[in-house]
Write a protein of this length. Sequence first.
Lengths: 129, 134, 300
Amino acid sequence: MDRIPILKFGNALLVTIQVDMHDRLATALEEDLTSRIVENNAKGVLIDISALEIVDSFIGRMLDNIAAVSRILDADTVVVGMRPAVAITLVELGLSLTGVKTALNVERGMALIQARLKMSDAEDDDSEE
Amino acid sequence: MTTQKSERLEIRSSDDVVRVRQLTRTLAIAAGLGLVDQTKIITAASELARNTLDYGGGGFVLAEQVEAVGRRGVRLTFEDRGPGIPDINAALKDGFTTGKGMGLGLGGAKRLSNEFSIHSTSGEGTKIMIARWK
Amino acid sequence: MAGNVGTVAELVGGNEQTILSEWVELQKKSGGLQTGRITENEVVSQSRDFLHLLRDGLAKGGNDANNPAYGPARQMLADISRSRALQGFSPGETATFIFSLKRPLFNTFSGNAGLSPAQVAELTWNVTLLLDELGLYTLEVFQKSREEVIVRQQREISELSTPVVKLWDGVLALPLIGTLDSARTQVVMENLLQTIVDTEAEIAIIDITGVPTVDTLTAQHLLKTVAAARLMGADCIISGIRPQIAQTMVHLGVELNVVSKATLADAFAVALDRTGRMVTKQRKTASSFERSKAPAEKGQ
């Protein structure tokens, strides 16, 4: 069975979703990401959905799940590249994806992850003093 | 209203949900719907197909390209012989549930469509129609 | 009668030049040419082409304007009608093209020695019915063309009144003017989101100074726009909330859970700050000060 490839991208993981995913593929992705975050001690997960023409509540739930699991494993999830038509539809659908951070593209998403890492490092330093 | 194209798809597995999306896209494009309208009806179809599978125990969809009063559109009718929806009003209210429950499917599909109608009888099944016009 | 119709086609064909020049004269007299929107040459060539198509129709399609043999003639009429509608001709001026053909044809029939008065009457009647139908068709196409223009203009107005302006790198402004109904919100959202993608914007300032009232529905539309922009990674700031609007919103229990500022200027300042920029005042340098003093000293 095909699995969606996960690339190591600095201290983050990059996933590019390009196919119309069916359920097994989505479940496999959640599992793969979980193990890879631990394996690579990743601090961030970038999910590039710029190729997705449709995001329904199933995919929305998958993104929320990934974000929740990553958070527990101390990694930030950023969903990037959402298409305008998809954004409009998701809002109408009522999917707010509140647990998920978003950015316009991979570059911005990466910058977001690094910025938050710096902030939390600074906080850790403060608390240690 | 006249039907120009129609196709019936069985919904028995999650692969079928993908097929429903693809069929809806084909019809939406043929009806001349704009990109945002296409996205809305395909997403609504995906939600209802998934509901048919998960809560209806499987069923089918009748997908049609229709025309009325000079406008073209897409009409989808989802049918199953499942347990039915006891409280339709409650089901239409939004509630994003992570476990069982229709979550956003029904209410969302209604908001994404120009037309929506539902018939459901406990113990007998459910029939839902949505349509989107150009 | 088939024999009848064959005669008409032959009559038209045989007297083409006469019919044509009479017809063009009548069209000129009706005043369509005077405004200069169409030249005499164009009138002559359009008329000639149409006469040929009409003759073909008469030869094969009888008196029925809906017969396929009249297809090319109807097509030409549709084209003429549509282009005249767009050029600003009145419906009457456009229909005159057809109706003024009646007299030249009648003259041809009645001037033909080989036809009895009864035959002339019948020919005239049939041709009149035919031209009436074609004339009505012309008017229908004209009407439809005008309607299409209106629909297109409505869409343009909708888009014009929701311009998205780039204030700075990564900062967009969307000054909303007028009421925000669901149809307009769609246009606004699509416009804004596409511009966010095109300009890689990080912040969108939605200014509602020009929105007269903000009721629950309008607020919902605003919130949808903000939510959609957020999903794409852009933050929104709402500006231009007048005191009355703020009060109305509180009374209605409307909650805009998005940063809001009183003026577009304030919002812009916040946006610049958030995108890591600062505005500094230029310092006047010493040399520029000297230069302004020097000429006066030299003069003394």
